[in-house]
Each structure stands twice: as C-alpha cells, then as structure tokens.
Write a protein that binds this ligand. Structure first.
Ligand code: PLP
Length: 384
C-alpha cells in the first residue's frame, strides 16, 4: 500500500509577496511593448555576471544552448571535446550539435567529478575544448590540476555549471574558472527562471560571438546580415523577471541549502551504512544535490520504492544513474564518440549504481530532514 507523500522531491518556494511582485512585473512587461531581449534581460545578465565574478553574462533560452554557444564560439567543429561520462546527456549533446566528437572520461569515485588523470590520458591533439561538469553542485577538488592540463595542451576549459550556481573553489565562484561556462535555470536547479540558461565569460570576443550565435547568427540585432549559422536561443523578458527576483534571493537560497546539508551530515552520523559524500574544505558545494553512497548489496530502486511506499519520502533524481557512454544513442551512432575501443569507466559505473540523492531544497523543514533519515534507518533495519 502506498503511503501519502510526506516529503516531496521538490517544493518551489515563492512567498505571497514574491508572487505579487511577479504579477506586477508581468503586467509591466505586457505594457512595455518589449517581451523579449530588452532591459530586464540586460539587468539579469548584469546581476548574474556580478554574482559569478565574470565580466560578461549572456542570457539564453536553456542551459544546453548556454553550452553550445561557447563551444561554437571556440570553433570546436571538426575536433573533439572531452567531458565526463557521468553527466546529463545535454553535455555531450551540446558538443555534438556544435560539430565535435565526444571523448568521455571516468570520474573520481569519492566525489563523482571528472578524473584529471583520465583527462590527461585522453586529451588529444584534435581536442578543442574540455567540458568540466560540476556534478551535483561540487567543483572538482582537483580543479587546478585540470586547469594545468588544459593550459599545457593549449585547450580551452569550459565549465558546465548547470548544477553549480554559487558553488565555490578557494573563494571563487563557478562560472569564472575557464574560458566560458554554461548555467541552467530549469526548475529543479539551484536558481530557476522556469526555463533558461546563462553563459558567463571574461572574454569579450566570446561574449560578442555569443550574441551573434544567440540570434540566428546575426552580426547585429538591428539588421538581417548573418555571419554565422546560429539559432534562436534568445531569452524573454518574462524569464528575466523571474531571474532578477532569484538574484535577490540567491545568497539566502545557497545559505539554506548549505544549512540543510550540514543538518543531513549530522543526522547521518547515526547511520553507519550510508556514507555521505564528503566535500574537502577548499570547495563549497551549491548542494544542487545531497549525495550519499549506498552499500553495494543495496538496490537503489528498491530503497527508493520502499521509502516512497512505506514512508512517503521521495528521493530526488540521481547524478546520474545511466552514464552517457552507455546511452543507446551512442550504440546506434558510434561515430559521435571518439573514445578508444578499450576505454573503460569503472568508477563511473560504480558510483552511478551506488549513490542516492536525499531531498534538499529551501522550504524543507528540519523535522522533514530528520524524518527522511529516520525513514532510511527503518528501511535499513528491515532490509532482507
Ligand atoms: C549537467 C547539465 N548540463 C546541462 C544541462 C542542460 O540544461 P537545460 O535543461 O536548461 O537545457 C543540464 C540540465 O538538466 C544538466 O544537468
């Protein structure tokens, strides 16, 4: 018998005052005559660049386009792009759509991030970019090694920061570590605009080219002169209004996510079978996900369904359960992947099977976090 949902996997938290403010903003936008790519988009870009500590930010219609744009601007077409296999398919899709082949690396078993040693082995002369994905909101504790490998090989580093708004490495924020970065504002993300994305960069040339790709390759918004094959990746004023409001709350959202994560850390001290992913002190996660490792004998699917059915606790989606190198599309189209035939991904395959993500979002009450951990304990003592 299924129990009623007591802890959902996500709750969006907008106060009544925030809802009213957005209603007023919508009315103002409708009366302004400018529904897309106007002053609110510019303001959101300015605020987001300030938040990340970059010179430029470019609003886009999705996180995927916020990755494809810098890859196109870096002219990856005809070459390869190296990225971890443990990522969402949007990462390789952006590279493939930008005209590159994909090379997957393994990850590090203790933190799920790209394995720098494997990157060093796999980066090639034709590699035109390395896409570093901050999985779960965590920046690789070995970021500087990855930066050094890219610098030595003369390959630009691009961050897939879809999970990592406000994540930090030695007090600098995600979005500022490579030549460019792409963020997503999908509703489950740390900051959301319903749909949308943002490219950040310090490079004026990439920013300028980005504006061209964002609008069908037009050299200038005002004229129909096309210098590139771009797309419609524009950002609307309505989405930007949502984003501007999020920027005001960004620091408190991050503080709350981190407070809840610390609470889970303490609560899980009493559950020896479940090992939380420990994040070294020089990295501050944005806690897009609160990740725990499960014992090898435990089936995650069964754990999830027992938590849901017996306790009404919903675990969130994993990061990730199905590694990209094993996706059926790459079996059907093997020419898209440039890995060597013998490449293996042992750490990726293990962590994809043996981790789970506990519900964590602003609005989750402390008693609910305690109930999640209590329910986990109950399931474990009755496991057979
Ligand atoms: C790692 C990663 N990269 C890129 C994206 C793409 O973002 P969007 O869904 O906004 O296109 C996502 C979205 O879920 C993601 O998780």
């Amino acid at each position: 018998m299924s129990s009623a949902v007591k802890v959902p996997l996500l709750r969006l938290s907008y106060s009544d005052a925030e809802v009213r403010e957005l209603q007023d903003e919508l009315a103002a936008i409708l009366r302004s005559n400018y529904l897309t790519m106007a002053s609110r988009v510019k303001e959101f870009e300015r605020l987001f660049a300030g938040f990340c500590g970059t010179r430029f930010a470019l609003g886009t219609n999705s996180g995927t386009s916020a990755l494809e744009i810098p890859l196109r601007a870096l002219r990856v077409a005809g070459g390869s792009v190296v990225m971890p296999s443990n990522t969402y398919m949007a990462t390789p899709i952006a590279a493939v759509k930008a005209g590159a082949k994909v090379i997957f690396t393994d990850c590090e078993a203790d933190n799920l991030q790209m394995d720098p040693d494997d990157l060093d082995r796999k980066i090639r002369d034709d590699t035109r970019a390395v896409l570093l994905v901050h999985i779960g909101g965590i920046i690789s504790p070995r970021l500087e090694e990855i930066q050094r490998i890219c610098a030595r090989r003369g390959v630009p580093l691009v961050e897939d920061a879809a999970h990592a708004h406000g994540a930090e490495y030695r007090d600098r924020r995600a979005g500022s570590f490579g030549e460019a970065a792409g963020f997503s504002f999908y509703p489950t993300k740390v900051l959301t605009t319903a749909e949308g994305g943002m490219m950040t960069t310090d490079r004026e040339d990439l920013y300028q080219l980005g504006t061209v790709f964002r609008e069908h390759g037009k050299a200038d918004h005002g004229f129909n002169v096309h210098t590139e094959i771009g797309d419609n990746w524009r950002f609307s004023e309505i989405h930007a209004a949502l984003g501007i409001q999020q920027m005001r709350k960004a620091d408190s959202i991050l503080a709350e996510r981190r407070r809840l994560a610390a609470l889970y850390d303490r609560l899980l001290d009493t559950v020896p079978e479940i090992r939380p992913l420990r994040i070294p002190a020089h990295v501050r996660s944005a806690y897009y996900k609160y990740i725990v490792f499960l014992p090898a004998h435990l089936s995650r699917d069964r754990l999830k369904s027992r938590l849901k059915d017996e306790f009404g606790v919903m675990l969130t989606g994993e990061v990730y359960s199905d590694p990209c190198h094993s996706q059926p599309v790459f079996t059907r189209q093997p020419e898209l992947v440039a890995n060597a035939a013998g490449d293996r991904f042992p750490a990726t395959e293990t962590v994809c099977r043996q981790h789970a993500c506990l519900p964590l979002y602003p609005g989750l009450r402390d008693e609910e976090a305690a109930y999640v951990v209590q329910s986990l304990k109950q399931v474990l003592v009755t496991w057979n």
